[in-house]
Design a protein around this ligand. Structure first.
Ligand code: IDP
Ligand code: MG
Length: 151
């Protein structure tokens, strides 16, 4: 499977609820590798660019307010099939419909506080990585990789 890099945001509710370690741990234990990570308050301008595809939808204003409401943790996870693997670990957009065992299905209740963002395809992953980490990410190997990734 192709090596991919996907952008993840632990949204402000995840930070306020002290779920950062829980959420990162689930993705890390899956075998994905953290290649960028930062706690930061997202500016309104960056939030609007990130969610531009949703402009005009009824929830757009509330979504932007939510994402800028406090610090968020922004990461890039790398690994084979990382984009789809991360989306399936995150679960459905509406936590009430997300499968148990997923991050949203175990930790969330409502769509307006669904804890986490993850890129939904190669194009959005590239765009979102460039938006949040314009200087790129950190490449490195892990000694454990042969136990996680069959070469
Ligand atoms: P995704 O995060 O699973 O990719 P999208 O459809 O791309 O879901 O929506 C982006 C974000 O917008 C969601 O994660 C959620 O925070 C918010 N959102 C989506 N639909 C609704 C809604 O109907 N009401 C409130 N917020 C919504
Ligand atoms: Mg989306």
């Amino acid at each position: 499977m192709a090596d991919e890099q996907t952008l993840v945001i632990i949204k402000p509710d995840g930070v306020q609820r002290s779920l950062v370690g829980e959420i990162i741990g689930r993705l890390e234990r899956r075998g994905l590798r953290i290649v960028a990570m930062e706690l930061r308050s997202i500016s309104r301008e960056t939030a609007e660019r990130h969610y531009a595809e949703h402009e005009g939808k009824p929830f757009y204003a509330g979504l932007v307010d939510y994402i800028v409401s406090g610090p968020a943790v922004i990461l890039v996870f790398a690994g084979p099939g990382a984009i789809a693997v991360t989306r399936s670990t995150v679960g459905a957009t509406r936590p009430a419909e997300a499968a148990p065992g997923t991050i949203r299905g175990d930790l969330g209740l409502t769509v307006g506080r669904n804890l986490i963002h993850a890129s939904d395809g190669e194009e959005s992953a590239a765009r979102e990585r460039a938006l949040f980490f314009p200087d790129g990410v950190t490449s490195y190997d892990r000694a454990i990789d042969p136990w996680i990734l069959e070469s």
